[in-house]
Design a protein around this ligand. Structure first.
Ligand code: DGJ
Length: 745
């Protein structure tokens, strides 16, 4: 078991595949952090790493009357409490009936076991066999408030991953208020890092941002209630200043949660970096009555000493294999057509069938009926909450339409937005108090809709029974679960005043409960999550739904950035990517059909345009694309992804996927704008087998693996002369090339 315990010295050494994580019990009974980084051999004690001063530290406060040395001010801690001698942000703050906010969680004992526990009501990574990992629970206890705190650590045998979460139980007689409870906190001994995070907005999600750490707090967060957000993804990495894609130390922290979060680094006056991640304490308070407990969501930490690329690949693998669940985890995903950008709300059965027939002709396997199929839904001003089919559009109901689509040899899928309610709906007229709001203020709307109070049992039950009926009444193989607004005026008529700050978290717990129930009752349905595109591209959603609609922006050039940023944490198997019409509906750009495909092929492929408006030639091309994707989708879904050049810093973008046995590769090359008389270009590939010989489409040469990785693949020259020929414009504006690199031995 890769967890060593020195009982006498009370030191704990966790080893994942390539990292070590060491902490120990301090003189005051709290935990001190000693080391997190590249794996080191175990020895009995690392106590010297405590960094204890030799004389009283100036301007500090001290814990014991007869001791002018022991101050938490200089200590690297593992889960700092509020209110004694440490002035940095605590991991936990609990206020008590007498007004005190001071806690002192002291080491009591530990529990060590094989495997990894499930987290009550929360998504988390898992093991399939208890030998895949080990768990250490450190039990801390505060005698004054009679409360137990369990720090739960799991390490995986085969991944460079350590997961953390915290569980608190009130064993006393008073009611406690949890004002802050981080899922993890760690003090790293220096601050020579850049913080990497993924930020953006609707239709420009997950851009990669990097900033050098400075003294003070730097953070990203969500206060939006319903989602982790496209503004900031629940992820940060700390990379060494010199680290890059392939080189250097990187620590990744990814939060398995879909609501309000904070991810922050506080650099203190001794250059210690305190990294914390958890539910956002802003507007949060949880009443913990005697006997009650509270479980925080999980943080997944990845350590890499080979740059960002290895960190991303570790996340991809663990999320693909040990976060996503159900039969669709390992099954090849269907190529779909979605009618949203083809028809928006304006459709009927005839139109849908025409689109479906064309889709079948080009080999598409699944038809997804998007928003607008339920009673009265002709625009976004009404009907959310009334999940009954609109017979004026679909006279044969969803059952009839689904059967017709299945007769074409395709599968049928459907869109829902179950968390929302329109004021113009039957549900609202029956239950006006079911939405999130406060009694004395008028509620703001978002897209003319309001958020249902998923913290309330009766709301969840009613919504669930509507969904269930639809799913049982029609042959539905796929569900797109959408969510299109943030919370405002947060309040619940189902909770007393002192529990109003619980509403956002209770909402997310309610959402997870419904998703758990639904995916368990309908395990064979492929679920895709969506939140105005990528507002909820987080690991928690992947636990329930193996893929996510990456963005409402379907422009191929914009998608280069969005998909590249997303790949920092999330696998290609989680990224739904569609070929859409030109001019593009979000940016009005016209890009070649080949490029739209070449970008979407690096994701879970779909089409989202009116195929009836395309020429025979375009349809032929799509048929070819669909066949190509069918050949390579296993590789795309399960291969190892490499970012070769970045859309953030270059006019040319390259990325590739390599199969596990390194015998097959797909390489994507994209050019934003052509330049006249450019330099020759070589693309150095990664991840190939040095001793293997490879063939590449478009080249007569046979290449060796080491040659492709060290010399690079020399591309055809672009226009350099004075005479323009067909060959001159090898790629062109918004152009692309897909190379298939196959081992021949
Ligand atoms: C937002 C989604 O991101 C779109 O793909 C589409 O489903 C619309 N909602 C429908 O209202």
């Amino acid at each position: 078991m890769p967890i060593f315990i020195n009982e006498y010295n009370k030191e704990f050494h966790l080893q994942s595949k390539g990292s070590s994580y060491i902490f120990k019990v301090l003189k005051n009974g709290q935990l001190g952090q000693l080391y997190y980084g590249k794996k080191i051999r175990h020895k009995d004690q690392f106590t010297y790493l405590l960094q204890i001063p030799n004389e009283p530290v100036g301007n500090a406060s001290f814990c014991y009357e007869d001791d002018n040395i022991f101050t938490l001010e200089v200590m690297k801690q593992e889960y700092p409490s509020y209110g004694t001698t440490d002035y940095r942000e605590p991991a936990i703050q609990v206020s008590q009936e007498n007004g005190s906010r001071i806690t002192d969680f002291k080491y009591k004992n530990y529990k060590l076991y094989k495997g990894k526990p499930k987290l009550k009501g929360l998504p988390a990574t898992y093991v399939e066999d208890e030998n895949e990992g080990s768990t250490l629970e450190i039990i801390l206890y505060d005698e004054v408030i009679d409360t137990e705190l369990r720090l739960i650590y799991s390490v995986f045998e085969n991944y460079n991953v350590i997961t953390r979460s915290v569980h608190i139980t009130n064993k006393g007689k008073q009611t406690l208020n949890i004002e802050r409870i981080m899922s993890m906190s760690i003090d790293l001994p220096d601050s020579s890092f850049e913080m990497v995070h993924l930020d953006g907005a609707w239709i420009r999600e997950r851009n990669i941002n990097t900033r050098t750490l400075k003294p003070g707090i730097q953070s990203v967060d969500s206060k939006r209630g319903t989602c982790s957000s496209s503004q900031h993804n629940p992820f940060i990495a700390l990379k060494r200043l010199e680290a890059n894609e392939d080189y250097g130390e990187v620590y990744g922290f990814s939060f398995v949660y879909s609501g309000n979060f904070v991810a922050q680094v506080e650099v203190d006056h001794y250059n210690t970096s305190r990294v914390q991640m958890g539910i956002n304490p802003f507007d949060f308070n949880w009443l913990l009555e005697p006997g009650q407990d509270f479980q925080t969501p999980e943080v997944v930490s990845v350590y890499s000493d080979n740059g960002l690329s290895e960190m991303s690949q570790t996340y991809h693998e663990i999320y693909r294999k040990r976060l996503v669940r159900g039969p669709w985890r390992d099954k090849e995903r269907p190529i779909l057509i979605n009618n949203w950008e083809a028809t928006y709300f304006d459709f009927n059965e005839e139109k849908i069938m025409k689109l479906a027939e064309k889709a079948r002709d080009v080999g598409i396997e699944l038809f997804v009926l998007d928003d607008g199929w339920f009673e009265g839904r002709n625009d976004d001003t009404s009907s959310l909450g009334d999940w009954f089919v609109d017979r004026s559009k679909l006279p044969n109901g969803l059952g009839g339409l689904g059967a017709k689509i299945e007769d074409l040899g395709m599968k049928f899928g459907i869109w829902f937005e179950p968390e929302m309610i329109s004021k113009r709906s039957r549900l609202y007229s029956q239950h006006p108090d079911w939405m999130i709001r406060v009694p004395d203020r008028s509620p703001s709307h978002g897209r003319n809709q309001y958020v249902l109070d998923f913290g309330r049992r009766e709301v969840k039950e009613e919504v669930y029974s509507m969904l269930r009926r639809v799913l049982l009444d029609a042959p539905i193989s796929y569900v797109k679960w959408d969510m299109n607004r943030n919370m405002t005026e947060i309040g619940s008529s189902g909770l007393p005043a002192q529990r109003q700050k619980e509403v956002s978290h209770r909402y997310i717990l309610g959402l997870y409960e419904i998703l758990e129930q639904l995916t368990s009752e309908f395990p064979n349905i492929l679920f895709e999550s969506c939140a105005s595109g990528g507002n909820r591209f987080d690991p928690a959603m992947l636990y329930y739904m193996p893929q996510t609609w990456a963005s409402d922006n379907t422009d191929a050039i914009e998608r280069l950035k969005i998909q590249c940023g997303t790949s920092m944490v999330y696998p290609l198997s989680s990224m739904a990517a569609h070929v859409s019409a030109v001019p593009n509906h979000q940016v009005r750009r016209t890009t070649p059909l080949e490029t739209r495909f070449a970008v979407s092929i690096f994701g879970m492929l779909g089409y989202e345009l009116d195929l009836n408006k395309l020429s025979e030639d375009e349809l032929r091309k799509i048929k070819d694309q669909v066949n190509i994707y069918k050949e390579y989708r296993g590789l795309i879904q399960n291969g190892r992804f490499y970012r070769l050049s970045s859309p953030y810093s270059s006019n040319r973008v390259t990325w590739m996927v390599v199969s596990e046995d390194r015998k097959e590769t797909i390489l994507g090359y994209y050019k934003i704008l052509s330049q006249p008389n450019p330099a020759f270009e070589r693309i150095k590939l990664k991840g190939l087998d040095t001793n293997q010989r490879y063939k590449i489409n478009g080249y007569d040469e046979v290449f060796n693996g080491d040659e492709l990785m060290n010399v690079g693949l020399l591309l055809e020259p672009e226009y350099m002369g004075t005479v323009f020929t067909e060959k001159s414009n090898y790629v062109g504006d918004f152009g692309s090339r897909i190379f298939n690199i196959k081992a021949i031995d």
